[in-house]
Design a binder for this molecule. Structure first.
Ligand code: FMN
Length: 223
């Protein structure tokens, strides 16, 4: 099947995109408002964008509320210019779902989720102590895109925390010790990284050698 996006309703576009671009990593983003009140919320329109400079991107939708059209995360990033990306492991999933609840402003969702924080080293926002990877970021630029207060936030990583024991002295990361999850299809499907395979990268020389070997095979023989 095929579509021009102009023929699709917004909800259908969402369905087609979030159910095909998979899996997506999840940033449980912590921020702080101008009064020092901390907030946490998950975002899977998220990825690392480059390493030099070390950039992450977040896609934060607007709310359908007239007088408060920005999610707390976006409002706090605007107010303080910083945030922390806390990657989500299997053990954090239930707490992450609590952070995604649309609580009234006076509820401390980090406490409601039973999560402990640690102070940021370079930014005002706190980190989530239980997260296996915490990236302290400063907002580089935020682009307001679309008509409904959607923002694309670009952040530059200032400081990296990785769980003790998950990285060796050569900076090789043991991904089993991180146990990260990704977001899958539908509303509630997630994936761990326990089903893996290796696909060695080709050079022009190895590719040519492989093509030559295929051509050299006698006819009828399976490649
Ligand atoms: C796994 C997961 C991923 C999500 N990804 C996004 C996202 O990429 N962008 C977005 O705007 N909302 C996303 N949400 C919804 C927000 O987390 C939710 O609206 C949250 O209440 C926002 O909180 P805040 O107002 O404290 O920022 C996601 C929710 C879940 C459970």
């Amino acid at each position: 099947m095929e579509w021009s996006v102009t023929d699709l309703a917004e909800r259908d576009l969402y369905k087609l995109l979030v159910n095909t671009v998979l899996p997506r990593p999840i940033a449980l983003v912590t921020t702080v408002n101008a009064q020092g009140h901390a907030n946490a919320a998950p975002f899977s329109f998220f990825n690392v964008f480059s390493h030099a400079p070390p950039l992450v991107v977040l896609g934060i939708e607007g709310r359908d509320l007239g007088d408060a059209p920005l999610k707390d995360t976006m409002r706090n990033i605007r107010a303080t210019g910083s945030f922390v990306v806390n990657l989500v492991d299997r053990a954090l999933v239930d707490a992450m779902q609590v952070c995604a609840i649309d609580f009234p402003g006076d509820v401390d969702e980090i406490a409601a989720a039973g999560l402990e924080t640690a102070p940021g080293r370079k930014v005002a926002a706190p980190r989530l102590a239980a997260s296996p990877v915490q990236l302290e970021c400063r907002e580089t630029v935020s682009l307001s895109l679309g008509t409904r207060h959607r923002n694309l936030v670009v952040g530059e990583i200032q400081y990296i925390h990785i769980r003790d024991g998950a990285v060796d002295e050569r900076l090789h990361v043991d991904i089993d010790k991180l146990d990260l999850v990704g977001r899958l299809h539908g509303a509630d499907w997630y994936v761990t990284m326990r089903d893996r395979f290796q696909a060695p990268r080709q050079t022009l020389d190895t590719w040519r050698a492989q093509q030559g070997a295929l051509r050299a095979k006698p006819e009828g023989e399976a490649p």
